[in-house]
Design a protein around this ligand. Structure first.
Ligand code: ADP
Length: 485
């Protein structure tokens, strides 16, 4: 059959601009889908980091006035990605983070910036760019949620629409008096439209109006239909259950490959786990903690936020130390946690090392050198760090939520009996259960043959995009068939 053409519309993309897993997924999907016969191109905002990287740009669409200024769409390639870049300097030509200024304050015109991206996504969806008329428009999170609304209210024959929820906690809600300014028709105001608790809900609009809703793990797809996990959207999602599904994220197994990774000192794979040892020493040195082969190193690579449960790690530093462990943490985020971890490092020199910031190379070293990786999230749509940890043989210690529950096999006695087990899982997320998980992990570590078995199991887990790319391809295909019948 003919190749399915998909326009992905997204607010960040690896390796050009990234604040979290959303960028990783957006950057990996086109390549993964190409392998299963889907042609995906991606529309992204023209942030300085993106326009600077664009090669052979060609203007393919001009807009006289896009929410306060002229704009155009430039097609081109950057770092191996086929992009449509929304060149709108009045909205996107700003340094730094895509969503906020240097002080962490949201750009005040965010509703217009992301409405603009969505509006242009809809325009391309409707055939605005000759030579690439998509069968499906695929949006991601609240930032591109209005795409489905613009398509719906346009009236012309529209392509199929898929909305993926990467994190339901961010919903994009703005005052209702912006309705007209956002070029939404008056009848968009209603429960079947964009109205959401008396505001304009960008994510709500996507979830109401897209043909299919996906999220990034089957368990999260179920959790978001419950009062506890739905964050106000559970009713809507439960009502749309037949079109909601969960498709796990993968990771780029070429970027994350311990056998070839240029960012780690020594290379290894599942057959040569002992070659991993020099990485542990290098990690201990890098964090200024005691170089000790026997000490169990617990690693963290994370945003420092309530979602990620790192307050449990902070409260559990003593339990890590009491099992003879060491802690290395790389992260940035909440001020309270930053202070807390800095304080812990100062209080336990030689045993706790903390680097505050964002550092891709150091993230690789932590995965390659830690014995265990802590991911105690309170909720986790999919989670990517535990997938990297599996591939690198750092045993993940995780909560039983969302994608963590779907990707880690708890090394309980029964699992170990049948030769399975790739991590340690605990529930519910609280400091007591965290402590118990640390202690269980430490006793597994003390039994080195068992630990090595777990490392092998972990490193042999398929964390690539293969399976999930095929699922997306099938979803697009079914949607196209449904709409043409
Ligand atoms: P989320 O998107 O919720 O932050 P994910 O686990 O889905 O969490 O994705 C996080 C991504 O960002 C991973 O690729 C992880 O390695 C990376 N990451 C997070 N914090 C840092 C950091 N401080 N330095 C380098 N990489 C980081």
């Amino acid at each position: 059959m003919a190749t399915t053409k998909v326009l992905s519309v997204v607010s960040e993309i690896y390796p050009l601009i990234k604040t979290g897993g959303l960028a990783d997924v957006a950057g990996a999907l086109p390549g993964a889908l190409a392998a299963v016969g889907v042609e995906m191109r991606t529309l992204v905002p023209g942030y300085p980091a993106i326009t600077a990287a664009l090669e052979n740009g060609e203007k393919v669409l001009k807009l006289k006035d896009l929410f306060g200024g002229p704009a155009s769409v430039v097609a081109g390639r950057a770092k191996g990605l086929d992009l449509f870049v929304l060149d709108a300097p009045h909205l996107f030509d700003r340094p730094g983070n895509p969503y906020h200024d240097a002080d962490g304050v949201d750009w005040p015109d965010n509703p217009f910036r992301f409405a603009a991206l969505s509006r242009v996504g809809a325009e391309i969806g409707l055939g605005g760019v000759k030579g690439f008329v998509p069968d499906v428009v695929h949006t991601h999170d609240w930032q591109t949620g209005l795409t489905a609304a613009y398509l719906e209210y346009d009236g012309r024959t529209r392509p199929g629409t898929v909305a993926t929820v990467h994190n339901l906690a961010f919903q994009g809600q703005y005052p209702k008096d912006l309705l007209g300014a956002l070029r939404l028709p008056p009848h968009a105001w209603g429960v079947d439209g964009v109205e959401y608790y008396d505001t304009i809900g960008f994510l709500k609009a996507a979830l109401r109006m897209s043909d299919r809703i996906t999220t990034v793990s089957p368990t999260y797809a179920a959790e978001i239909r419950t009062g506890e996990g739905g964050m106000g959207l559970e009713g809507l999602l439960a009502g749309r259950a037949p079109v909601v599904s969960g498709i796990l994220n993968g990771i780029d197994v070429d970027v994350w490959n311990p056998a070839t990774d240029p960012l780690v000192p020594t290379h290894y794979d599942a057959a040569t786990p002992s070659s991993r040892r020099p990485n542990k020493s290098a990690l201990q040195k890098r964090f200024g903690i005691k170089v000790d082969r026997r000490a169990m190193v617990f690693g963290v690579v994370s945003r420092l936020s309530w979602q990620k449960g790192l307050d449990m790690v902070l409260a559990g530093v003593e339990s890590i130390l009491s099992v003879g462990g060491q802690l290395v943490l790389l992260g940035s985020g909440d001020r309270g946690l930053v202070e807390g971890f800095r304080h812990a490092a100062a209080a336990h020199p030689g045993r706790v090392g903390v680097v505050i910031g964002y550092d891709e190379a150091l993230a690789h070293l932590i995965q390659a050198g830690s014995d265990a990786l802590l991911v105690p999230s309170r909720f986790e749509p999919c989670g990517l760090t535990q997938l990297c940890a599996l591939r690198y043989g750092a045993i993940p210690i995780v909560t039983r939520v969302g994608g963590l529950a779907d990707t880690i096999v708890d090394a309980n006695e029964m699992a170990l009996d049948v030769g399975a087990g790739t991590g340690v899982m605990f529930s519910p997320p609280n400091p007591e259960m965290f402590r118990a998980a640390v202690e269980r992990a430490a006793s597994l570590y003390a039994d080195q043959p068992t630990w090595r078995r777990m490392m092998k199991n972990a490193m042999r887990t398929d964390v690539s995009w293969g399976r999930s790319a095929a699922r997306y391809a099938k979803l697009y295909e079914d949607l196209v068939d449904e709409r043409s019948s």
